[in-house]
Ligand binder design. Structure first.
Ligand SMILES: CC(C)(COP(=O)(O)OP(=O)(O)OC[C@H]1O[C@@H](n2cnc3c(N)ncnc32)[C@H](O)[C@@H]1OP(=O)(O)O)[C@@H](O)C(=O)NCCC(=O)NCCS
Length: 142
């Protein structure tokens, strides 16, 4: 059976309300990330992936900056463990490959390390705190 959702690449201009609703719910409400850190001014120039359910609801997203930095990967709780995050990462990594990026990296929340390892990201350095949550730098050579 095909996936009960689709993922597409969008600009911030086109996707802003839907992207904001997911990130507000996951990062600001669920994880307690301060608003001023979440809305960091880098979204306008990023490429975004947006997952939409077959019913038309926005259920997950992520972004890639022009320097290859992946971030804000988020899936609504009721949609986790159903490969939505995988499809978002695949869309962003395909974008990076199509644009000849050599390396991509992510500041991974430590609980999500197994998720990024699935795409062959490798951790570097020590665990550090950001927005009150433990993170580690991970990188992938394309
Ligand atoms: C991390 C997150 C994006 C994963 O999304 P998802 O759609 O549930 O992930 P998938 O279903 O595509 O999972 C793919 C693989 O990643 C790993 N994985 C996913 N979530 C995991 C978790 N919470 N802990 C450990 N491994 C996890 C598993 O190996 C999984 O493979 P499996 O299903 O064969 O076991 C999602 O849990 C989320 O939004 N979390 C809250 C926000 C967050 O912390 N984002 C990461 C910021 S760095």
């Amino acid at each position: 059976m095909s996936n009960p959702f689709t993922v597409s690449l969008v600009t911030w201009h086109d996707g802003e309300p839907l992207l904001k609703s997911i990130r507000e719910s996951v990062f600001i409400v669920e994880q307690g990330v301060p608003k001023e850190l979440e809305w960091d001014g880098l979204d306008e120039n990023a490429r975004h992936a947006l997952a939409i359910s077959h019913k038309g609801d926005a259920i997950g997203c992520g972004r890639m900056l022009s320097n290859g930095h992946v971030g804000r990967i988020s899936v609504l709780p009721q949609w986790r463990k159903q490969k939505v995050g995988t499809a978002i990462m695949e869309a962003l990594l395909a974008y990076a490959r199509n644009h000849d990026y050599q390396n991509v990296d992510v500041d991974a929340q430590t609980h999500a390390m197994p998720f990024y390892r699935k795409f062959d990201f490798v951790e570097h350095g020590e665990v550090f705190m950001d927005a009150g949550l433990p993170h580690i730098k991970m990188a992938l050579r394309l």
